[in-house]
Design a protein. Structure first.
Lengths: 217, 221, 221, 217
């Protein structure tokens, strides 16, 4: 059974106030068509989990510009002055964390773990309000799982069952976010039939994906 | 290699000497990126980029950009033979798990404890954390590559960082345009000064105590 | 589907009815493996195998084995279109992370709390834990598929497991060759008996209290 | 620089008393040539981390039969009666743990984590002597990282820099164990030049691999 839907059908699953995972690194590996559709429908008050601030008007920068983001959970904002300004003016709330911690928190949620212990952030501003544990003479922070209502992925190639292949550095957060949301929508640049992707080359198995939409190409 | 003339290139040129044959290296944004200009193929250095690959080559020439192939600074780059892509979880498993031999990072401040500060808090005009904390915690060696003083002439090497520290880890080496300094349990030790620079000049531009041994050398690559 | 005659096939045939269109299912070794014989392509079930793939097809015919393609029991199997391979970390992220809709497992014992025991301690002659604990903890629904009594005639459904339990989780359904039983907070509820089997026979072969409601049905697929 | 060595050269790095990670699932994905070499050299008193007992005389079953294993860290032994007997007679010590826990402990070691919290094993014999944590109403076991002195991998294809590709279900523990040992030796069935493996298809980057040896084919 095909999971292919139109972007409009997919948008029924993205609602005001949701927590949305968006993969990407400075705009690379981000589902632009899905983001455009959110901007068009003005789905707002979103909590967005994204690695960085991208750039003004690029990727999640579009959501910032349209005022659709209430809160960012991110590692870095400096590349997007519009986001930095919005945070300074209190229009966007920010939760800042190290990149390795962000990805492990998402992975923990997807993998059914209750949390992970990381040495990153110990003795820094990151440890505020976190449980600190000493083990074998080393110090760790307990970091908790991070889930989302919906994850919006970007794949270079995908089949109708949702098996996905990412290209080069566009892989980044995609395979991890695919595992940690209640509903997963994949925007694919090249849609192929089931069986056209080598089972060895699948980077996200279709069991994680609820809806597949075609990108803009 | 002859010594370059610009301060940033002097730093990169000197840092390159610290890298050993066959090492896996992560270069931060800014001055550290320039280090790759002073690496020869014979050194067999593998560059890791935290957005998800090893085997990073030079910047792509304009017009020859490869889709979806950027470095951690968002610049278009090229691949070398033997490259491999992976996701962010694997990328930071590599970083935090001790699989990076050397990370070269810029800094806003370094202090007498050898701690560096390289991020600001957003809302106060700063960019955020990124992958820096994981790199400083996880890499086998951490080299700070930065200009010795700020644009306004104030020292970046200080008694105690005024900005939030990146990690409670003593960095292994500080390379600036005028000096090479090694943090130790006894304090910051001046190891080398740049050609034409005096020890007194380094001391006057440093906001922390420097231990000056008898055998301070001249910076060479 | 007509009812099969062997006890093991009756169990598999009845379990198959519990699977819903489009579900992701993990079948344990032994009787659970037989469930796939009663699944039609229209049901669009995806079988996950914890040694590292989804899209498992039927057992491979002798002489048509595909290298390095086995199920979790070490048997040669085939692939269906849309299959995908992954490593063990991903396989158990799928299992523990709630991405398996149904796991069908054998059991040595199930008790009134709905807890199952399906491993022995080595040194006492048993095989070990394997992936069973993660499956019971992580799957959305757990179905126990087992013969109602041991080979020596002793009941496998007991008041309290005498062997170590696999998880502190009430399983969702117990399917045996003579009955279908649903664990609830009130206790084990008899839901169905096999054709030609009386409620009294089930009770006599069960070592635990069974709640017998008025509407006990007949086992059909 | 090539990492290709002979099996004899590789064996210099596997010593009596070491903790050895061996990937595989019932013998699939296990480096048979390296195991044969260990048996030939009679390198013994080993602690072996392997998923199961394999079968008598197959994969790690050879090490058991030759009496080279002092301790097994494993999830399941029942397929190998020789191992079950050796455990019962006290010749082999066993540490038994759930499969998902085994792989996460290895991954934690490779990823620099101080531990992970898993719900698996709570309320069972597995929780003995472990730290139990309550978080948000759920109960977890703290499981600690598991490292080895040496990991011996099996890849279908590998290049001279150690980039590896596994085939079908032979992948299993290979990519994870590659990250968690002080020294990593990969037995490859097909050795190719650098550049012959697509960077997208590499499953273990060469940076994890110290030595590459040719398998028996």
């Amino acid at each position: 059974m095909s999971k292919v839907k139109t972007i409009q059908e997919a948008m029924e699953f993205v609602k005001d106030g949701m927590t949305v995972m968006l993969p990407g690194f400075l705009g690379v590996g981000t589902p632009e068509a899905l983001i455009d559709a959110i901007c068009e429908r003005k789905t707002g008050n979103l909590t967005v989990i994204y690695n960085d601030g991208a750039f003004p008007g690029v990727g999640i920068g579009k959501l910032i510009r349209h005022g659709l983001v209430r809160k960012m959970i991110s590692t870095h904002t400096g590349t997007n002055p519009e986001l930095v300004k919005a945070i300074a003016e209190g229009r966007v709330e920010i939760e800042l964390l190290p990149q390795g911690t962000l990805v492990e928190r998402i992975r923990a949620a997807g993998a059914g773990l209750g949390g992970i212990l990381t040495p990153t952030g110990v003795g820094t501003s990151v440890e505020e309000r976190k449980t600190i544990m000493e083990l074998d003479g080393a110090t760790y922070l307990l970091e908790l799982p991070l889930r989302a209502d919906v994850a919006l992925l970007y794949a270079f190639k995908g089949d109708t069952q949702g098996n996905l292949v990412y290209r080069r550095t566009a892989r980044n957060f995609n395979p991890i976010m695919a595992t940690a949301a209640d509903f997963v929508i994949a925007e694919v640049e090249h849609l192929v039939d089931v069986g056209e992707i080598e089972p060895e080359h699948v980077m996200t198995p279709g069991i994680f994906v609820d809806i597949v939409v075609r990108g803009c190409n | 290699m002859t010594m370059p003339t610009s301060p940033k290139d002097i730093i990169a040129w000197r840092v390159a000497k610290e890298l050993k044959c066959g090492e896996v290296v992560n270069l931060g944004i800014g001055i550290p990126t320039l280090v790759s200009n002073y690496i020869t193929p014979e050194m067999n250095i593998t560059f890791q980029s935290e957005n998800g690959f090893v085997g990073m080559g030079a910047l792509a020439k304009p017009g020859e950009e490869i889709p979806d192939l950027t470095n951690a600074g968002g610049q278009w780059v090229t691949l070398l033979p033997g490259a491999a892509f992976f996701d962010t979880a694997m990328s930071f498993a590599i970083i935090r798990g001790g699989h990076i031999d050397v990370t070269v990072l810029g800094a806003l401040e370094v202090d007498e404890r050898g701690y560096l500060a390289n991020y600001w808090i957003p809302g106060k005009g700063g960019p955020g954390i990124g992958g820096g904390m994981d790199l400083v915690v996880g890499a086998k060696r951490v080299i700070v590559a930065m200009e010795h003083v700020r644009k306004d002439g104030e020292p970046k090497i200080v008694t105690r960082c005024s900005m939030p520290i990146t990690a409670k880890r003593m960095v292994d080496l500080i390379v600036t345009d005028i000096a090479v300094i090694r943090p130790t349990n006894e304090g910051l030790v001046l190891r080398e000064v740049a050609p034409g620079v005096t020890t007194d000049e380094v001391l006057s531009k440093t906001g922390a105590c420097l231990i000056v041994p008898d055998d301070v050398g001249e910076m060479v690559a």
